[in-house]
Design a protein around this ligand. Structure first.
Ligand code: FES
Ligand SMILES: [Fe+2]
Length: 474
């Protein structure tokens, strides 16, 4: 465990003794955010993309990398976001830092490897060097620079830093050095997820998909479950996406996807079909034949079973409310990070804009799981970027790490990206009509507008509960 993470845990853990995430049920009344159509221009316009860069990407906390990636001094990860590239690196003093990946001589990309271990970074062009704490190590042949006659100005030539902090087993960063602290940014909704003890989890796989659609189409696609019945007919055999609870918390939001049940839009909700048994039982219980009875009620039995073993299991059931024991808590932290999880595993999504083209984006899909104590870290498959220009086989991309049924669900989600980008560009398109089940989309786009209009003070997000539905919950 890294130094940053240890510091964070010391700061945060006292709350975990009694704290449980507030349940969604009974539902709070939804605060309406209007009924207007959402125009398509924001997905297409280079000017809008530039405003997002200026007011959102450079002002918000975002995922950088797993803390596990910084196991020793010199461990580094390069991360690309839009036009920028960053180096995140653990220094010899144990501290993890972040820097713009730009040589201070003539602006070359300094580090051109995606990850590794180095005590210093050397620009391949003329050989200027920096230590792994960002300080200048040496200028090549400084005698050629009359500017440096009085001595090389090492402070001025240090790599420009970004702000970093740790939460949930991840390193986060913010380009704004005056940004509010990460734990304030994540706010009370962030503390909900501390009950999952993410710092104990392992990253099992990470794959990136380049899609021919604006990044916001991808965020939108994963932030509502209204599409399950039409797009994911398999998924509603073992989960409910119809009329699910949604809550808006400040600039972030969450929803509850019910697992281990059969959607109410299906007539036969009782029969335990092979698909239902496969997806509701989990590997072990399915093999032991324990998944029996009415298919729609499996989640109720499972909650009881899990509650009954809460003092024996390594999984943190006793910190969790009943919903968390089996269902998927789906959280999106503005602007581009989504956590979806059950106590034993889940996925994290990160959405990234393309450097220049509003019609393209990158979707990072991280599979994470909670291993038993002492479990060895499995070797991770290589990270790959899967381009939309080739036919992507999602099951193949996640071979051995993700159930093919769920990989197919992801393929279905990805299938709309190009066509959404095309459709909203039509002269005939009159704007999106958003239902109450798409309230998170309305909230997300309103938050974008608020950032662009300067209505959000990112240096002090308190009080940041201007959309809050449940102001009394802590
Ligand atoms: S551009 Fe990097 S050393 Fe010259
Ligand atoms: Fe979907």
């Amino acid at each position: 465990m890294g130094v940053v993470e240890q510091e964070f845990i010391r700061r945060q853990n006292p709350r975990l003794g009694t704290f449980k995430a507030p349940p969604f049920l009974p539902r709070a009344k939804t605060k309406g955010l209007g009924l207007e159509r959402l125009e398509g221009e924001r997905y297409l316009s280079a000017e809008f993309m530039q405003l997002e860069w200026q007011h959102i990407w450079t002002k918000t906390w975002q995922l950088a990398a797993r803390l596990d990636d910084f196991a020793e001094a010199g461990s580094f990860v390069v991360y690309e976001l839009g036009k920028e590239s960053f180096i995140f690196v653990r220094g010899e003093d144990g501290r993890i830092r972040g820097f713009y990946n730009v040589c201070q001589h003539r602006g070359n990309r300094l580090c051109q490897a995606p990850e590794g271990i180095l005590d210093s970074f050397t620009c391949p062009f003329h050989g200027w060097q920096w230590h792994n704490d960002g300080s200048l190590k040496q200028v090549a042949a400084p005698e050629f620079f009359r500017q440096f006659n009085g001595g090389v100005p090492a402070d001025e030539l240090a790599l420009p830093p970004v702000k970093v902090d740790a939460w949930g087993g991840w390193l986060w960063f913010n380009m704004d050095l005056n940004a509010c602290p990460l734990h304030e940014y994540l706010g009370r909704i962030g503390t909900h997820l501390e009950t999952y003890e993410f710092e104990e989890w392992h990253l099992v796989d990470w794959q990136t998909f380049e899609w021919a659609g604006n990044w916001k189409h991808a965020v939108d696609a994963f932030n509502e479950s209204y599409h399950f019945a039409a797009l994911h007919p398999d998924m509603i055999e073992f989960g409910e996406g119809h009329d699910i609870p949604i809550e808006l918390w400040g600039i972030h939001s969450r929803m509850l996807n019910f697992n281990r049940t059969v959607s109410e839009v299906i007539d036969d909700r009782e029969t335990m079909t092979p698909l239902r048994a496969h997806m509701m039982g989990g590997r072990q219980r399915q093999q032991s034949g324990e998944v029996t009875g009415s298919a729609k009620d499996v989640h109720l039995q499972e909650i009881q079973r899990r509650r009954s073993i809460e003092n024996e299991t390594y999984l943190p059931f006793k910190h969790m409310n009943d919903e968390q024991l089996v269902h998927q808590y789906h959280y999106t932290f503005f602007p581009n990070t989504t956590f979806t999880q059950t106590p034993e595993g889940g996925a994290v999504f990160r959405y990234r804009p393309h450097a220049t083209d509003p019609g393209r984006c990158y979707y990072d899909f991280f599979i994470v799981s909670r291993p038993p104590p002492g479990a060895a870290r499995a070797e991770r498959p290589p990270h790959r970027v899967h381009s939309h220009e080739q036919q992507v086989d999602y099951a193949e991309a996640f071979k051995g790490t993700f159930d093919p049924v769920l990989a197919n669900v992801l393929a279905q989600d990805g299938s709309n990206m190009t066509t959404m980008q095309q459709g909203v560009a039509s002269d005939s398109f009159r704007g999106m009509i958003l239902s109450d089940q798409e309230a998170r989309l309305r909230h997300f786009h309103k938050t974008i507008d608020d950032f662009i209009a300067g209505r959000v003070d990112t240096h002090n997000l308190l009080p940041w509960d201007h959309y809050l539905e449940k102001p009394e919950q802590t």
